[in-house]
Design a binder for this molecule. Structure first.
Ligand SMILES: Cc1cc2nc3c(=O)[nH]c(=O)nc-3n(C[C@H](O)[C@H](O)[C@H](O)COP(=O)(O)O)c2cc1C
Length: 213
């Protein structure tokens, strides 16, 4: 296997200080519309990094489910590794990679749980099977086999058979990352990529800088 010769030139787009939106959330929304338009599979998939109380980092993919109150919302199990990390250290990092458009977006900030009302509204908008799935999964715990999961699914499906509105498990809900920095990366020829970094200032305005590729 020779990886050294795997090499792509990026030449689809450019990103200029003169043309970016002064607000990074609006800039993100513009890029997000473009990826949706490009019909990329799971355009809302992002890699989320967290750090535990010993400073040990970990990453996993989650799905962006909305942008509200100036922050980026995703849903998970509050008892998972990410949930436990965020209890100890609320700083997180999101990374979106949209290779089809030769683009990356990196977002750092503080992550907090959203309100229970917001979680409930989203939970009940999900298909019933996904709602039951949240009850079945004690995310990232070791289980003996697939059969155990299927038995639990059967039990919980039976338990909720006559229940019209399935309650939200108390260990499940949403998080919102409030951005402190957002970097937009656009691939360019000869590895001279465009990188535009927004940093939030104390007065809530955004500073815009170009970074070396
Ligand atoms: C495409 C994709 C989407 C995913 N979406 C979510 C999600 O929205 N929420 C979630 O908790 N896990 C999601 N996962 C699973 C996580 O990557 C991960 O396995 C899980 O959250 C446990 O991670 P943790 O123990 O580090 O917290 C997704 C995985 C993939 C590959």
């Amino acid at each position: 296997m020779n990886l050294e010769n795997l090499r792509q030139e990026y030449r689809k787009n450019q990103l200029l200080e003169s043309s970016v939106d002064p607000n990074p959330i609006r800039q993100f929304e513009q890029w997000f519309e473009a990826v949706v338009h490009a019909e990329i599979h799971e355009p809302n998939a992002l890699t989320l990094s967290t750090v535990d109380e010993h400073g040990k980092p970990s990453s996993r993919v989650v799905l962006l489910k909305g942008i509200s109150e100036g922050g980026f919302v995703f849903f998970s199990n509050y008892s998972s590794h990410k949930g436990r990390d965020l209890t100890q250290n609320p700083h997180g990092y999101m990374n979106f990679l949209w290779l089809e458009l030769e683009r990356q977006v990196r977002i750092s900030g503080v992550i907090q749980k959203i309100s229970r009302e917001e979680t409930e509204a989203y939970f009940h908008s999900r298909p019933r099977e996904s709602q039951i799935g949240a009850w079945v999964s004690h995310q990232s715990e070791v289980i003996a086999s697939r059969t155990v999961l299927e038995e639990q699914l059967a039990q919980i499906t039976d338990r909720f058979r006559d229940v019209e509105v399935i309650p939200v498990p108390d260990y499940w809900g949403g998080y919102r990352l409030m951005p402190e920095q957002i970097e937009f990366w656009q691939g360019r020829p000869s590895r001279l990529h465009d990188r535009i970094l927004y940093t939030k200032l104390k007065d809530d305005s955004w500073k815009i800088e170009r970074l070396s590729p």
